[in-house]
Design a protein around this ligand. Structure first.
Ligand code: FES
Length: 316
């Protein structure tokens, strides 16, 4: 955990503010790779993940972009209430969305606030003279964060800006932008779940291999209509057996039994609660694990995932 202070708060677009963060003790914040995020710890025990953007002129400081979400569970509203000079606690950078090594070409698709990790990636690729295209889709030009930095900076030539309410000629033609999959071409997508699912479905329909698709969700897609059965949770280390009823999360059942599993996002995005599964078949409802990791059935995220088998044996 790092004590940080907000040096600058700036409105970047409709509903989006950026925050420039520095260490409270004046030391440099840890370096990070493009695609990395930090946990931000807010009052009331709220923890939220925000992708990092570099501040080229200030190594050792972070820039995060925060969308004030209409359906906020409290995090983005609390963030937007913060001002320059306020302190907050942050975690060290973690990266679940790194650039692939050895890529010959990169396609970056950003929807709305999903621009933050992709902006970091695009600038990193531009500095290294790599081949890439950034497609940035927003509802209107008023919703476009970091527009000047994109248009006027080193990535301007490689950026395609698409505005929903603009003329038809500038709208994203997904099939054309994707093209046929080629070896060593990697796709990265971040934004609202519907946008991401659209881009990924388009790529899969054109035959893009999963290994060349990289994604970062901000929130797990709602799984409200997924069937939700009760099941038994056996804790291998203590030999205890707990019942997980319909409508109750595994982490809550564990907490009631006095077993603390560390959590952060509580929606299957960050992987903090990842727990080893010894037997049984998890019902994976997270967006953290890859398809290959899911199919191994050897771990699950108890903050949101459940069980498909009547019993799940976990390493707790
Ligand atoms: Fe983030 Fe479970 S707490 S995935």
């Amino acid at each position: 955990m790092i004590d940080a202070v907000i040096l600058r708060r700036q409105v970047e677009a409709q509903g989006i503010c950026s925050f420039e963060l520095a260490a409270a003790d004046g030391t440099a914040l840890p370096p990070f790779e493009p695609g990395a995020h930090i946990d931000v710890h807010l009052d009331g025990g709220l923890v939220r993940q925000y992708s990092l953007c570099p501040l080229p002129e200030f190594a050792g400081r972070y820039l995060i972009g925060v969308l004030r979400e209409p359906g906020s569970r409290g995090g983005s509203v609390a963030m937007h209430a913060l001002q320059a000079g306020d302190g907050l606690r942050i975690g060290a950078p973690r990266n679940h969305f790194p650039l692939a090594a050895g890529a010959r070409r990169s396609l970056l698709f950003a929807g709305g606030i999903g621009i933050t990790p992709l902006l970091a990636m695009a600038e990193h690729l531009a500095v290294r003279g790599q081949v890439f295209t950034l497609h940035y889709c927003v509802r209107s030009s008023a919703h476009m964060a970091f527009g000047d930095r994109i248009r006027d900076g080193a990535i301007g030539r490689n950026a395609r800006l698409h505005v929903d309410d603009g003329d038809a000629a500038q709208k994203l033609d997904l099939d054309q932008a994707l093209g046929q999959p080629e070896p060593a071409t990697h796709l990265y997508v971040c934004g609202p779940a519907g946008f991401m699912d659209w881009v990924l479905a388009g790529a899969r329909a054109l035959g893009w291999p999963e290994a060349q698709l990289h994604k970062e969700y901000f929130a797990a897609p709602a799984s409200a209509d997924a069937p939700e059965g009760a099941f038994e949770l056996r804790l291998a280390r203590s030999g205890r057996t707990l019942q997980v009823p319909v409508g109750m999360r595994v982490i809550d059942v564990l907490a009631d039994a006095g077993i603390d599993v560390p959590v952060s996002c509580e929606q299957g995005v960050c992987g903090t609660c990842l727990t080893r599964v010894i037997d049984g078949i998890p019902d994976h409802r997270d967006v953290f694990l890859t398809e290959e990791e899911r199919s191994r059935n050897d771990c699950f995220t108890p903050c949101c995932s459940r069980a498909l088998s009547p019993q799940l044996v976990v390493d707790l």
